[in-house]
Write a protein that binds this ligand. Sequence first.
Ligand code: HEC
Length: 126
Amino acid sequence: MRYMPRVQRRSTLARARSTALHLSLFATLVVGLAACKTHASDTSPAGGNEVWGPPGAAVYAQSCARCHGAYLEGDGTAPPIDSVRVASLGDDPLRMTITYGKGQMPAFGGLTTAQVNDVIAYLRTL
Ligand code: HEC
């Protein structure tokens, strides 16, 4: 009977060690996953485009900047994209303009729904 407490003490220690090991493995996993996630969100959906920042910024740079300008200043024909105008338009009218074009603005039917949503979200942050 005297022998029992010693066994229990040892097994408690072993359990504590194993818990510590599991915790550190878990921490490594969480940090690893967080790193993967950060990396994935930095990847442009346009693919192969090295623009960093929100995904919509890459879509804008690739599809819109040549007319509306890198700083949304417009080019004389394409109007500047100002935040007041963008704020006055709902998502649906913006989606229609981008997908089907408007006046002299060409249609961007080749963009995916996600890319259209991303670029709209981007315009709304400006
Ligand atoms: C070939 C030039 C060109 C490109 C490329 C272009 N636009 Fe335009 N955009 C225009 C012109 C021209 C207008 C003015 C249309 C009108 O009101 O007749 C316009 C208008 C707009 C408007 C205002 C719409 C409104 O209802 O007032 C928004 C917002 C817009 N463009 C966003 C975009 C976005 C986002 C992209 C990229 C996906 C893009 N444009 C690409 C030429 C362009």
